[in-house]
Design a protein around this ligand. Structure first.
Ligand SMILES: [Zn+2]
Length: 115
């Protein structure tokens, strides 16, 4: 039990650091997107393309932040580490590699196959 708590504390710290990184990145991306476009027509096309790439990156960061928040909430609730789908305890090794995975390997594989 103590081991589990120590693991959660360790992972929580990592998640908080990671979330801060993502929030910072998201802010930079948003600042870049909202920059006024250049008047030069050719450059405008390039900037629009960049904008799309930035938006995709921003979306990725948002998804990851949501997953981290989900993990942090379940840590508070004490349900952290249990699979969302089948309720089985996710192995420590998997949590260390993917601290905000909300499914066990079996369910994650099933989900991937569904898509
Ligand atoms: Zn599962």
């Amino acid at each position: 039990m103590t081991d589990q708590n120590a693991l959660i504390l360790e992972l929580k710290e990592g998640l908080l650091v990671r979330r801060q990184e993502l929030v910072d990145r998201l802010e930079r991306i948003k600042a870049d997107i909202s920059k006024p476009l250049d008047h030069d027509f050719a450059e405008q096309a390039v900037e629009q393309e960049n904008g799309e790439v930035l938006e995709a990156l921003g979306h990725e960061a948002e998804v990851e932040i949501r997953q981290i928040n989900h993990a942090l909430i379940s840590m508070e609730e004490g349900s952290y580490g249990a699979c969302d789908e089948c309720g089985v305890q996710i192995p420590e090794a998997r949590l260390k590699v993917a601290p905000y995975s909300s499914c066990c390997v079996k369910c994650a594989t099933n989900n991937e196959q569904k898509h």
